[in-house]
Design a protein around this ligand. Sequence first.
Ligand code: ZN
Ligand code: ZN
Ligand code: ZN
Length: 468
Amino acid sequence: MGERFSVRPKIKSGESLTSFLLRVCIDNSVTIKELFNEIKTSYKQPDLRNAHQIDFNPLNTIDVKLLVSLTDLDVNCLNLCTFNGLISHFISCDETRRLNNSSTLIKDLFTVKKRNFCPGCLQENIYYKLIWQVKDILTCPSHNIPLTSLCPECGKEQPYLHMNLAEGTCCYCCSSLTKTQNFHINNESLMYSQWLSNQWDDLAALNPATQTKQIIIATKLLYVCGNLNKHFSIQRGDNISRDYQFKLLRIVANKSPDEYGIGLNILLRTLWRLDYSIKDFFSITIPLNFSNSLTAYLNKNSFIKCIVPWCRHRDSNEKLIRINTFRAKTHHSLHICLGCCIKFGVNKKRGQWEEYGDQISIGYQTILPLINSGVSKLGLSKITGLSRYKIYKLTSYFARFGLINNEYLSDYIPENQDVITTEDILLITNRNETIMRDAAKNRLKIGINNFYFFYYDPTVQENIYNQE
Ligand SMILES: [Zn+2]
Ligand SMILES: [Zn+2]
Ligand SMILES: [Zn+2]
């Protein structure tokens, strides 16, 4: 098999892996698709529209070992000719496998749909550098001219991967791409672009051992944004938006920041605004005083806390656990308080910590006063227009948590309350409420009207929402 690629080019300085692969193809007179078939892309049909993935997440896209043996590529090069090196500084190998273009870490960081190039560089040597795909790097550091993805003749955008690119010609009209083009770049973008190209090597060469854990980065950023004041205070965040500060605090507080982790793009822009180089930023030592005051702040003012009026654990996070059995479209960081079995999350639109559900908004504010004024279950349904399930759910909940006045309480407490144990319920626990309800009916003879009384057992809720 290796004989097919008997000509084995050497990777060039700063070259991207896809550019190297193009040259392998040209030198050996094979097409990209043929090469893709050889190195077993993870796509069933090699799809050139996803070719950028090779430069972003090679381990997930191609058989790297096979590639190395077929092309004599030094395996250590992989970190340099793809973004894998950079990315692996911030997340684990496992997380890398789940990474895609919309992952928080690399969101808006790279240009993936089109191929950028410097006409000056192509004039000297036809190959495509990896750094050209960094979205905010707008000019070539060697020629100081704008990078582009457009053909100087027909004006069309060049795709990420195409055989013509290996010859330095347009994929549509075959004109040479080496003609210098002029674009206007606004001053601020230009300044940021230059700063970023200067920082890029330092960023790629970071020591991943201790410095790049997201919690440490978030803590450092809070420290720097607080003008190196040794005491953390929420008011001192003039240098960053409230939203971003909130986000950083959540990262520090939560310890599992996968879905709202540090976005490298925002981190870099913030450092630029604050006039910190990558080296300076990552070599800062966080004073112990600062860490302590930050922890104290988070303990006292954690966003993650129960906010339920009737919960004994209100304003504390001690009974809060993370929900890991489902994700919500509208909220992130879902938690449930085992003191009151109410779910919470951060509203994605408003950035606000709030109830996920309507036990407070509808139940507590509307239904409970009606129950306590003597309205029957049937009456509740009629007055509110809510379904019977919904009414059963709310009334059973309020009965369980002792919110119904004594004179009406017995109407809402199941007769077999003492016969059925938590263990019985745990045996039929299912993430799917309907399945669980049916099992309760068939196996434990619990009717729908009483089901939710047992359902809202904190141990059962924990089992539903927080499984390994
Ligand atoms: Zn150049
Ligand atoms: Zn063209
Ligand atoms: Zn609670």
